[in-house]
Design a protein around this ligand. Structure first.
Ligand code: LLP
Length: 441
């Protein structure tokens, strides 16, 4: 069988899957399983592809990485080296970025329920921009900016009212969304008015994000049209310039070998050409910077999870269950979004994968990872399964369910395998516990 490989992956001399010039079997041996592995070179290539495609197709652009898809200290250094901005959606993500010394001016702050403490932390660090998600924030940010004696850059997140063909849980631009300020009904216009009226705020432009895992461009075209019509109305109503239009993230990837999806370059070219045409069509006078904040399309295909086969069991109806260590706790995406992943044995990828099995995790519920997975007929405990394309929303969504220690993350590049997030230890499971004195009697 020819395994479906990503990025720097190849089958090495020992017949094992290699990634970043490192043996996956060795990584599993050295760091234990489950373990997340990130192909640094491949991820960097994908960042560069975004930056160059925007540069070639539009020229005046900026790309930030959506930290919610994957974030840790080492990653902040990689992002900075690639000239990427970083968008954070919580005080916790901001904390990670600040601890790593990520340049504050390159940080964009998101969140649909930012409290005063978060906003204060953001302004205290002098972040480049805060994306307004509701009108109440404007007053708080304005007061804080006054207190800190800064002119705070802000964008306003507008709701374009576009429904996308993606999972309902990750569609965020539809008319009934909880995110952002609706254009319909005038809230977004009111928001722009308040921003422009505040002496402490600098109006940075418009933001919108319609959802995630999207492979059909029409939703993005509709989004651009709605936002640029709104931009034109703002120019007219307030004699204001629109310095930036940020279209969020959202491009999907192929999780399975037979899925046909556009490349990053195809996506960016299509978006930029529609954007330029719509600027003309709607007679937008400003020449806004065009920004994007992708997460999944950069990091998902660059990450894998290695999991050990613990049990192989044939049940009376003939089904063969293969149970891996981990599962739901290191990747809830299967349960939450019916996500499907490609899998094969990392320690012998070229063996005939000719037996259909049901692969599950080890948790105390069905914890299905995927049905109908082809594996070698002699699959046995101790084999290492690779789950492809888990780089986005895997590590960051992992949990301690069933007393599971969250996995380590290893960054590989040119033969070096470096631990960038340690595996949790059992003591971490009680680290935050406290026992009231009355129970100690
Ligand atoms: N910008 C904003 C404002 C967002 O809310 C998101 C993702 C992004 C950018 C990045 O989108 P991407 O390029 O990664 O599609 N947990 C879900 C995904 C939730 C996405 C949330 N927002 C999953 O595992 O599929």
């Amino acid at each position: 069988m020819k395994p479906w490989l990503q990025g720097t992956q190849c089958v090495g001399e020992k017949g094992q899957l290699e990634i970043g010039g490192c043996s996956t079997f060795q990584i599993a041996y050295d760091y234990g399983t489950p373990v997340h592995v990130i192909d640094e070179k491949f991820a960097r290539q994908r960042m560069l592809e975004y930056v160059e495609a925007f540069e070639d197709s539009y020229g005046y652009s900026h790309v930030s990485f959506a930290g919610k898809s994957f974030l840790c200290s080492a990653w902040c250094y990689v992002l900075e080296q690639e000239g990427m901005g970083l968008d954070v959606c919580s005080q916790g993500e901001l904390h990670v970025a600040r601890k790593a010394g990520f340049p504050p001016e390159a940080i964009t702050v998101h969140g649909c329920a930012k409290d005063r403490e978060f906003l204060e932390a953001a302004i205290d660090y002098r972040v480049g921009r805060i994306v307004i998600d509701n009108l109440d924030e404007i007053r708080v940010i304005s007061n804080l900016a006054d207190q800190f004696d800064v002119k705070q850059g802000v964008l306003i997140r507008v709701v374009p009212g576009v429904d996308t063909h993606t999972q309902a849980k990750i569609s965020t631009g539809a008319p009934n969304t909880k995110f952002g300020c609706h254009i319909v009904g005038g809230i977004a216009t009111e928001g722009v008015r308040e921003i422009l009226d505040s002496p402490n705020l600098v109006f940075g432009g418009l933001h919108s994000h319609i959802g995630s895992s999207i492979t059909d461009f029409q939703g993005f075209y509709d989004q651009i049209d709605e936002v640029l019509q709104f931009a034109r109305a703002i120019e007219k109503d307030f004699k204001a310039e629109i310095p930036e239009v940020n279209i969020g993230g959202g491009l999907g990837i192929a999780y399975l070998p037979d899925e046909q999806v556009p490349t990053i370059t195809e996506f960016v070219e299509a978006i930029c050409s529609h954007f330029k045409a719509s600027l003309e069509k709607y007679e937008v006078a400003s020449k806004p910077q065009l920004s994007a904040e992708p997460g999944r399309s950069i990091i998902a295909p660059a990450g894998i999870t290695l999991q050990k086969v613990c049990v192989v069991k044939k049940i009376p109806d003939g089904t063969v269950h293969v149970i891996l260590d981990g599962g739901l706790s290191n990747n809830p995406r299967v349960v939450m979004y019916d996500a499907k992943y490609h899998m094969f044995l990392a320690n012998r990828p070229q063996a005939q994968h000719d037996m259909r099995v049901t692969v599950s995790g080890s948790h105390c519920e069905t914890d299905l990872i995927r049905e109908d997975v082809l594996v070698p007929h002699d699959i046995r405990p101790g084999d290492i399964m690779v789950v492809q394309c888990t780089g986005a929303y895997g590590h960051v969504m992992s949990s301690n369910y069933n007393g599971t220690c969250r996995p380590a993350v290893i960054l590989v590049n040119d033969g070096a395998a470096n631990l960038i997030v340690q595996r949790e230890e059992f003591d971490d499971l009680v680290y935050r516990d406290s026992v009231p004195a009355r129970l100690l009697k």
